[in-house]
Write a protein that binds this ligand. Sequence first.
Ligand code: 3SK
Length: 512
Amino acid sequence: MTPSGNAAGYFVDRHRSERPDKVAFREAAGAQRQLTYGDLAESSDRMAGALRRAGIARESRAAMLVLDQIEFPQIFWGALKAGVVPVPLNTLLSTSVYEVILKDSRATILFVSAELWPVVEPAVAACPDLQRVVVIGGETPEGCNSFEDFLAGAEPMEAVACCPDETAFWLYSSGSTGQPKGVRHVHGALAATADTYGAQVLQVAEDDVIFSAAKLFFAYGLGNGMTFPLSAGATTILFDGRPTPDSVLSILDSEKPTLYCGVPTLYAATVAALETAEKPDAPLRRCISAGEALPEEVGRKWEDIWGVEILDGVGSTEMLHIFLSNAPGDVVYGTSGVAVPGYELRLVDENDEEVPAGGIGELLVRGASAAEGYWNQRGKSRSTFEGEWTRTGDKYERGEDGRFIYCGRTDDMFKVSGIWLSPFELEQALVAHPAVLEAAVVPARDEEGLEKPKAHIVLKDGTGNDALTADLKAFVKEKVGKWKYPRWIVYADDLPKTATGKIQRFKLREDA
Ligand code: 3SK
């Protein structure tokens, strides 16, 4: 019997007797591999034994550059069982960033999907702490182990006893400004998100089939596709490819998920694709969105198409999952909703004074899933985790009805004619225009050196021209007020984004 402090007991081992033959993970898109709850309990025991046999010490880090495939949960839970700290990495980074992260984390073992080996291989040689590399699938490169060889003959190992406050795993957050930070999460944080957002907002049930377009390496995807379904005994669809409108529609069609977890850009692009593509027959009962605020229009259009509302929410890597969200049956598009049960929220001004209703302030959150801090970044830890409260770096307004309305990152806000302007408000107005797919607004200086809004636009079709520019300016003036309209509009094929879909406005600023 697994000791209760180790999260693997609740999420994995209890299913050994409760539902051993039920499918926990199924790979989409023809891969046809699956893992039952019984398989997961058994193979994660073997993974723990293999890590121990390989001399990977308790509390050392196991980097995971792993696609959404059935090996991911086996490694993650095997590591937790061994007391080793898995560090799932964003699969879309560059060699130089992997080198920074591998060195920073001092990982002693790296698990990597064969498809991703070429990009991390040059970094591996520069990381003296790495003792082993285990490659999943494909040809095993020289000096590495295959996944099968690494596990072969390993004695199953029971989950180590630990305290729920012990570090379980790290996630690297690059935020919207670049520098990666290792966010350290404890065992207890996993159940804290499953019991709050997972059980009370998403309301995952045993007969649900979940598909998260957000990958497992991202905190949002880790909850959606791993801990929430495992907490309920549900089934997750894993997809190792790039989520595009085509791939999402095809998975909705073939895998028939009941819960779909997307991000705004993908919802917007899928709504646009459905103007011509056929809508699949999928038994969706709930859709959620996070990563950035969902444009009102996109939420409405999706709901018109599917007859299912999107619960837009806000979370962070530091809080592990969503703490502010629209609730089922009580959705107001254009707002982020209210505190998720189990979390408390405050808005404060520059002097840390409480902001009165109607004012704009930085959002602070209190809840049991908060990280312990950043690895080796004491200054940033102290300025983010202030006792029980975590600073989010997001600016919000609280409406009369108590709902929170997103205004932008603290760093993205700027003043026009002395009045705070939320780039997000303008972006919302721009994407409501029928020609616009995406928009990002940043400050730029006019000929007098004063900051004014400049919009970067991705069109649904075609190219921009003067007539469209004039039309967009008039459209925004009409929607949000005369002084706020973008003085300049430039057209682009895409916008710079983090791997999780957040627009990197800092890259578009002229002082960038
Ligand atoms: O960006 C978000 O809204 C989010 C949600 C859940 C978990 C993690 C993140 C960053």
